[in-house]
Design a protein around this ligand. Structure first.
Ligand code: FAD
Ligand code: 2HG
Ligand code: ZN
Length: 471
């Protein structure tokens, strides 16, 4: 079947407007948020419902055409973007935006894959509940995308990753069948937990079309502090203090190096340094709950931290405007680093005890490889997850591009030697698929290939992503 014939059949099955082929219409779907990944597509298909997704998958399978599922296109590893062949079809879930039900007794919300994360948070709030997943991209990223990447964010410390928040899934399989696993059950030991296979599979095993998600009690009281710290060691030593005083309500513990704050202050209008003098490191802490004691808990934790010499200075948010300003200093880093120019992203996890060692060991190694390279270090310190993103030496993007492979190898070797992971929360996508072959064990890679072969034997589901290249 030619691509033109495929387009005609897709239009006949899904309707004229559901299939985009005009280059101007297709363009927004073929490059990513970072600008590092750009491809071309045979077409973009935008089904309105699960049946439409299944029909599109069946037609692409008949034509032997690869399918790239796409949600909000905020992924940072090139997973939702087609390759450069022009042979692949992008399947966007963007029209599937229905919130199907909020169930106050089961304490669940059932939503379609294309619903933006923020809309789910708002629907939960409107029912006096909380959907706790929280990302800087929440206005644009979709529930399907957060499931496909097993997204993390700034509340993982308390609530876990997306994997921990999904009770049931509906998935269109690579052969076009629909698996209805849309169950709100909290207990279901009937063999393999199939939904977990699809969560974090980045569109390589099937297309998530809907999900049942867990809701949590709301946390209307929030105590938020921005801290100045001398070292990463101080940040890790502070974690048990925060946890002890937080009493299960410690929700956020984020770290920022001075370079990260500097980028925000330079590029984000209205941002302001909360302190009179610069410090090497900063942390954003939030304790959240439903009772008034959250502030007292935060103050007690900070009192102990100051006494133990772990904190140099601290600002506690006096109200919603100040809280939001402090949050922006953390959440705007990605945007600010993008404005600064070319950078290389490393989203790594380490055993928490080794975070300081990692940061200390990396600096001279990187400086030797590329003098003037600027590590912008920040992340979810409570989860051992650093975004160790390297900006180019000032004015020399070309030098960073030339040294990129060596720099990344140095980072990943150190992470692996310390028992960490080369992808904490963003996934492998296209960016890290070759690295996965190097840093995962042969047994792990083999098992991944077996799973892929079993579910997608013709390899049409997001080709060229996640699965390490052979050899
Ligand atoms: P897309 O980018 O469209 O797709 C991502 C992957 O999922 C692709 O492989 C795609 O093929 C697949 N996919 C998408 N939808 C489906 C579906 N319905 N079925 C099957 N496969 C599908 N991530 C974090 O984990 N934590 C953060 O704190 C965080 N902060 C961010 C901040 C910014 C400013 C930005 C730009 C990104 C951030 N991200 C973060 C990354 C990104 O937002 C997440 O990975 C998010 O889950 C992607 O959702 P999406 O809908 O945009 O997916
Ligand atoms: C964050 O924690 C995101 O802000 C984005 O995961 C990280 O842009 C990045 O590298
Ligand atoms: Zn992150």
């Amino acid at each position: 079947m030619t691509h033109d014939q495929l387009h005609q059949r897709l239009r006949a099955a899904l309707g004229e407007t559901a299939v985009l082929t005009d280059p101007d219409d297709v363009a927004p779907y073929t490059s990513d948020w970072t600008g590092a990944f750009t491809g071309t597509a045979s077409a973009v298909v935008r089904p309105a419902d699960t049946e439409g997704v299944a029909a599109a998958v069946r037609l692409c399978a008949e034509a032997g055409v690869g399918i790239v599922p796409q949600g909000g296109n905020t992924g940072l590893v090139g997973g939702g973007v087609p390759d450069g062949s022009g042979e692949q079809v992008v399947l966007s879930l963007g029209r599937m935006r229905r919130i199907r039900t909020v169930d106050p007794i089961a304490d669940t919300i059932t939503v379609e894959a294309g619903v933006p994360l923020q809309a789910v948070q708002e629907a939960a709030t409107a029912s006096d509940r909380l959907f706790p997943l929280s990302l800087g991209s929440e206005g644009s990223c979709t529930i399907g995308g957060t499931i496909a990447t097993n997204a993390g964010g700034t509340a993982v410390l308390r609530y876990g990753m997306m994997r921990d928040l999904v009770l049931g899934l509906e998935v269109v399989l690579p052969d076009g069948r629909v698996w209805d696993g849309l169950r709100p059950l909290r207990k279901d030991n009937t063999g393999y937990d199939l939904k977990q296979l699809f969560i974090g599979s980045e569109g390589t095993l099937g297309i998530v079309t809907a999900a049942v998600l867990r809701l949590m009690p709301p946390t209307p009281r929030r105590a938020t502090a921005f801290l100045a710290l001398d070292s990463v060691d101080a940040a890790t030593a502070l974690l048990p203090v925060l946890r002890q005083h937080g009493g299960g309500q410690l929700t956020t513990y984020e770290l920022l190096g001075r370079q990260a704050l500097d980028l925000v202050l330079t590029h984000q209008p209205g941002s302001r340094d909360p302190f009179g003098e610069p410090h090497a490191w900063y942390a954003l802490v939030e304790i959240a709950g439903s009772t008034d004691d959250v502030e007292a808990r935060l103050e007690a934790a900070l009192g102990e931290a100051v006494e133990a010499d772990l904190v140099g200075d601290a600002v506690i948010a006096g109200g919603p405007a100040q809280r939001s300003a402090l949050w922006r200093l953390r959440e705007d880093i990605s945007e600010a680093q993008k404005s600064e120019g070319v950078s290389i992203k490393h989203d790594v996890t380490l055993p928490i005890d080794d975070l300081a060692r990692f940061v200390t060991e990396m600096r001279p190694r990187l400086e030797e490889l590329l003098p003037g390279v600027r590590p912008v270090t920040y992340g979810h310190v409570g989860d051992g997850n650093l975004h160790y993103n390297l900006s180019a030496p000032v004015g020399d993007d070309a030098a960073l591009r030339a040294a990129a492979a060596d720099l990344t190898r140095a980072v990943y070797e150190t992470v692996t030697a310390l028992g960490g992971s080369i992808s904490a929360e963003h996934g492998l996508g296209a960016l890290k698929r070759a690295a996965a072959a190097r840093y995962k064990s042969d047994v792990e890679v083999d098992l991944m290939r077996m799973v892929k072969q079993a579910l997608d034997p013709t390899g049409l589901m997001n080709p060229g992503k996640v699965l390490p290249t052979a050899g």
